[in-house]
Design a protein around this ligand. Sequence first.
Ligand code: FAD
Length: 509
Amino acid sequence: MTTSLVWFRNDLRLDDNPALQAAIEGGDTVVCVYVLSPRTFGETSFGFPRIGKFRLRFLKESLENLDANLRRVGSRLRVVRGLVEEMIPKIASSVGAEVVHCQSEYGSEERSAVKRLRKRLNEDGRKLRVDSPSTMIAPDDLPFEIAELPQTFSKFRGKVEKRSDVRQPIDAPRSIKDFPRPIDGELAIEQCKELDYATIEEDSRAVMRFIGGEDAARERINEYLWEGDHLRQYKQTRNGMMGADYSSKFSAWLALGCISPRRVHAEVRRYENERVKNDDTYWMIFELLWRDFFAFTVARFGRTVFQIGGLRGERYPWKRDTEQFEAWREGRTGYPLIDANMRELAATGFMSNRGRQNVASFLTKNLGIDWRMGAEWFESLLLDYDACSNYGNWNYTAGVGNDARGFRWFNTIKQSNDYDPDGDYVKHWCTELSEVPTRYVHTPWKLHLSEQKRSQCIIGLDYPEPIVDLFKSADHHEAIYREAVGDFEPVGSGRRDQGRRGGKNRRRG
Ligand code: FAD
């Protein structure tokens, strides 16, 4: 009897799981393992929990759902505690598995873990097969080597759209023969103290309740695409900030692999065949290509993406102003759009893409604060945290990414007027502004004192004064930026309010 072992990573599903499929094909019995590694549960370098309470709950629910689904087909999930490179070889040896299967992931820590594991397995004469991609396009199907990855998204997209196909997802297995004995150190999920989250009070203002697991992921696809029929207008609504359906909200399930990007792709294609095919349906694939682009960027450039100089190795003198950082983190900057978004993140673990771009720009371009502090705060809180997407996007917004074009920043007041013209979103999260007239809701400090009193919102008392002047602070940091990168164009020529990529058919216009 041969036994194979699947090490589940961020692929917590049965559907379209090539590692699981290969294990089933390669062994008479299969052991399904998830490792709770101390590396996952420590602190970030600025002292935030690496997994905050929202993602912890989501992870726990996802593991429970994976276990339940495995049991339905005859298997179960064995959760163990320890370092991957110690636990997996130990289990492989105790069950006699010659081959270990897992998904390939691109973060530098994830790749180091695989390297260490492979070494240990090889020393015991065992093999590690890492051939199941977390991306929509498999690395083997790229029309270039990873080392030749184009530096800009548009070139990447141009090439892959012409020459790469997305493979068909594979169906979930109908039955798995489980290894018939318990393994050493196996834990029941409810016993795992690492997964204990502090009590979470549901905030009724949240865009939705994200429930971890493959079943909930499927349900969300069903709700967003099929029942709600929202995909037909996705491109027009995706810059929204209120409610469940302005965007898909697939990201948290994609990040933990409760659903595969190939399955989302296949569902979009089915929708295009059965309902409608338009710019909006294409845009969902376009966004998933961004996800792939960041994954391959990290695969190519490794650690640099996580370092202060970013992909470009910029020597920008970032600040670590704790007071200003705290004001940003807690939603007390005096700029309602920034504050509302940061409060939403802290209260729910989610923030829209529009919000993320604005708050990241404000932290780096108006406050000049070390972008990694922001990235780590996101890492701690985001339900959908994904190393490549998070650090890739932060590199970009901070102006240290490959594709960065000079000093670009978001004029948060203009953004507020464009994307929240009636102030509904800022009032939703900054309730102290609820009586402020719409005309002033994004610039409440401009209200005359008598109007502040009438609106029950005294600036400096009920709602903070702006912590910096928007334009002066941007000019100041632009000058520093130009000095650092050796670009001596007149200060003020940095494009304001230009999402990251302006223009037709580019994102963030
Ligand atoms: P939709 O608009 O419905 O998009 C569909 C899918 O496309 C998303 O689920 C996601 O997988 C992918 N996608 C969309 N936009 C991007 C993008 N800019 N980069 C990469 N993939 C994208 N996304 C994460 O998944 N994890 C992160 O940790 C993360 N951190 C970010 C940090 C910053 C500073 C910024 C500006 C963006 C970040 N994003 C991250 C990207 C984006 O904001 C989220 O993917 C998106 O808001 C999730 O909501 P949605 O699923 O409704 O997206």
